[in-house]
Design a protein around this ligand. Structure first.
Ligand code: FAD
Ligand code: UDP
Length: 387
């Protein structure tokens, strides 16, 4: 493709920045550069829309659903929450998840209610629940893997009921082969708090993520081209802009020079059902390996939308497909470090985001990472070209 054949009428001879990927990483940096530095930005994405994995849209039945699986916003960072609040109002929402275990639906993270329901107990206090868990836990001296974390906290039976099967399906690996950070995401509770997250700020963008992105990117200095793959213009990148910000997979940027970094993918089966409600909470997890999917999500719980029909999504983990999850294990980190060293030695390209930094980060962490990246760029620019 000719370097400029795809740019909009009236575009500048050269942009200040070409940003690859219109997810949180690329969009936040585009917004900051345009609004704070007066920079001209061209933002591209190979998908036909902005928003990255957080993209939502209405389906044929008019139900707002998340095309790439359920995205629930939560953060402890006031800075991140305040930043996003410029582009959206919020719907208060505290996420609840039930797990389908031994034919029952019980709270996950495991809490006192889970123990009482599953084992027919009558634990009344935090102390009693803590004592019960301590009697089952198998202390692991040096916690390294995702198996160690759970066995150390709750013992083998609960590990097998809630974590082993789910993790084997989700990652195609046994928890003993995965870094501890994966299952450490899920706490164990001795109280009856049945919220999935404990963060200070928990809310959903009132009109959805896509609307929030559209407002973030609605700036005269930002041009957006969706449906454009960076591969088509890589050779001309520095004719288009002085600086490149890349939020795609880092191994792809370097033509897989050291081999492919493993990413886990998912297939989404979205279904609209002729009933008002399908399940009692937004997400039900299915840790049992008898079924191939990991969880079912029902969006109306997240969005508060009312309608006589409802839309749900089954998630089927897969080795093939879009790269959704970096896989945290030591050998993958080693390989990433090789690519990271190349990235550090590459002038005029900034790597940011979940795929480019190969980190299992939530949305708020990516917003935080993008804001910090912008601040560093801004400081450097201020020294070079004070405004
Ligand atoms: P992405 O959103 O992946 O955006 C990268 C963009 O770059 C993509 O749109 C891609 O098309 C584009 N791109 C890549 N390569 C190229 C190329 N060569 N040319 C052009 N464009 C390219 N986080 C939460 O906080 N809460 C949740 O509940 C939650 N649920 C999740 C559920 C699922 C199933 C998944 C997969 C993730 C979930 N996350 C959740 C994580 C969240 O999706 C990420 O933290 C966030 O979207 C990362 O933003 P990003 O901009 O780094 O990457
Ligand atoms: N997990 C599990 N059982 C559950 C929930 C989570 O084994 O019921 C494990 C699994 O390995 C999963 C990880 O904990 O991949 C992190 O769960 P989370 O819900 O944070 O995953 P995400 O929403 O990022 O897919």
């Amino acid at each position: 493709m000719n370097a400029f054949s795809f740019t909009p009428p009236g575009s500048p001879a050269k942009y200040d920045y070409l940003i690859v990927g219109a997810g949180f990483a690329g969009s936040v940096i585009a917004e900051r550069l345009a609004s704070q530095r007066g920079a001209r930005v061209l933002l591209i994405d190979r998908r036909p829309h902005v928003g990255g994995n957080a993209y939502d849209e209405k389906d044929a039945a008019g139900i707002l659903y998340h095309k790439y699986g359920p995205h629930i916003f939560h953060t402890n960072s006031e800075q991140v929450f305040d930043y996003l609040s410029q582009f959206t109002e919020w719907r208060p929402y505290e996420h609840k998840v039930l797990a389908h275990v031994r034919g029952q639906l019980v709270p996950i993270p495991i809490n006192r209610t889970t123990l009482n329901k599953l084992f027919g107990l009558d634990l009344q206090t935090d102390e009693q629940a803590a004592e019960y868990l301590a009697s089952r836990a198998e202390p692991v001296a040096d916690i390294q893997t995702s198996e160690d974390v759970v066995i150390n906290a709750v013992g083998r039976e609960l590990y097998q009921l809630f974590f082993r099967g789910y993790t084997r399906k989700q990652w195609g690996l046994d928890p003993s082969e995965l870094d501890k950070q994966v299952t450490s995401r899920i706490p164990t509770r001795t109280n009856t708090d049945d919220r999935y997250f404990g963060d200070t700020f928990q809310a959903m963008p009132l009109e959805g993520y896509t609307k929030m992105f559209e407002r973030m990117l609605d700036h005269p200095l930002i041009d957006i081209r969706t449906g454009v793959d960076f591969a088509e213009l890589k050779d001309n990148a520095f004719e288009i802009a002085d600086h490149l910000i890349y939020t795609g997979p880092i191994d792809e940027y370097f033509d897989f020079r050291f081999g492919k970094l493993p990413y886990r993918s998912l297939k989404f089966d979205h279904q609209t059902l002729e009933q008002e409600q399908f399940q009692e909470v937004a997400v039900v997890n299915y840790p049992n390996e008898d079924v191939p999917f990991t969880r079912i999500s029902e969006y109306k719980h997240l969005t508060g939308q009312t309608a006589p029909v409802t839309t749900i999504t089954y998630e089927y983990p897969s080795a093939e497909g879009d790269p959704y999850y970096p896989i945290p294990r030591p050998e993958n980190q080693e390989l990433f470090k090789q690519y990271e060293a190349l990235a550090d030695a590459t002038d005029n390209v900034t790597f940011v985001g979940r795929l480019a930094t190969y980190r299992y980060y939530n949305m708020d962490q990516i917003v935080g990472q993008a804001l910090a990246t912008f601040r560093r760029m801004d400081e450097k620019l201020s020294k070079e070209r004070p405004q």
